[in-house]
Design a protein around this ligand. Structure first.
Ligand SMILES: [Mg+2]
Length: 298
């Protein structure tokens, strides 16, 4: 059955090719520029394409990590320097005599998952946990430009590199394999703090990273934090544009000093903040809320 179908397919292909040679299009035939079929629209096409194909993304990410590297020695030398917000540092205890560490988010901070995002665009799909978890198990994410060189340089200075991520703690092995294979330092299994891990003496709230930051802070002075979303640095009391703006104003001087943001236009808490976090809304309704949030007067 398989052989006969294969033979028919080969014959059809041969006939089609022969047709191409025997029936060339007339030289004066009108040339249409319209695609044969409508190309599906996707809100994420430009953003994912920019991550994958623009040199500007690479240059920007490299700039962030290089600028951080230039600040690292000053941070290391100053025992008063710490990158946890005061409430988290107070809960964790005095840091001045603790060994140094840096904390990095993983996705779109040190690992580039744009191939997964590209699959969603090509397939017309939206983010879903099963497909995401399958992607994590593939261990195919590549480093964000500049991340591997920076983290290795930090590790060489005796700075422990921690990864606080909302990848599931149950995906520790896949995540550590991916980090190691891409040249990112992994001192031991304890440097990955995933979603679902328990932190004694701290009440975990949703997917917030506060408790995990405090856990690192109990044993280390945190020189710098790296992320692609505000929640990688500090927990907003609500996921609204107003709360985001207020925290930006409060910690503005920390960005580019203790906190380093990597560009990620493809997803992030900034997006559901535009439609009150209601992912149950139909896709068109969410798109309409985002259009409504556009500023057309400035
Ligand atoms: Mg991230």
């Amino acid at each position: 059955m398989r052989t006969s179908l294969h033979t028919v397919a080969l014959l059809a292909t041969a006939l089609a090719l022969a047709g191409c040679h025997t029936l060339p299009a007339p030289a004066d035939a009108p040339q249409s520029t319209a695609p044969a079929q409508a190309v599906p629209a996707d809100d994420n096409l430009n953003a994912v394409l920019w991550l994958q194909r623009s040199m500007e993304y690479r240059a920007l990410s490299e700039t962030v990590f290089r600028a951080a590297a230039e600040r690292l020695d000053a941070a290391l030398a100053d025992p008063a320097w710490d990158a946890l917000v005061p409430t988290e540092r107070a809960a964790a205890g005095d840091a001045s005599k603790l060994p140094p560490a840096i904390i990095l988010d993983i996705d779109e901070t040190v690992l580039d998952n744009s191939a997964y995002q590209a699959r969603l665009v090509v397939d017309g799909q939206e983010f879903a946990d099963p497909a995401w978890e399958a992607w994590v198990e593939e261990r195919k994410a590549v480093p964000v430009p500049g991340a591997a060189a920076f983290t290795r340089a930090a590790a060489d200075k005796g700075i422990t590199v921690f990864y606080i991520s909302n990848r599931l703690a149950t995906q520790t092995d896949a995540t550590l394999d991916n980090l190691r294979s891409q040249g990112l330092p992994v001192k031991d299994g304890g440097v990955f703090l995933g979603l679902g891990m328990e932190v004694p003496g701290c009440e975990q709230k949703g997917s917030g990273k506060t408790c995990r930051r405090q856990l690192v802070g109990r044993g280390h002075r945190v020189l710098m934090q790296f992320g692609d979303q505000l929640g990688d640095f500090v927990q907003p009391s609500a996921n609204t544009p107003a709360k985001h703006d207020a925290l930006h104003a409060e910690y503005q001087t920390w960005f580019g000093e203790r906190w380093w943001v990597l560009p990620n236009p493809t997803y992030g808490a900034w997006e559901p903040a535009q439609f009150n976090g209601d992912w149950s809304l139909p896709r068109d309704e969410r798109r309409q809320r985002k259009r409504d949030a556009l500023r057309i007067d400035r």
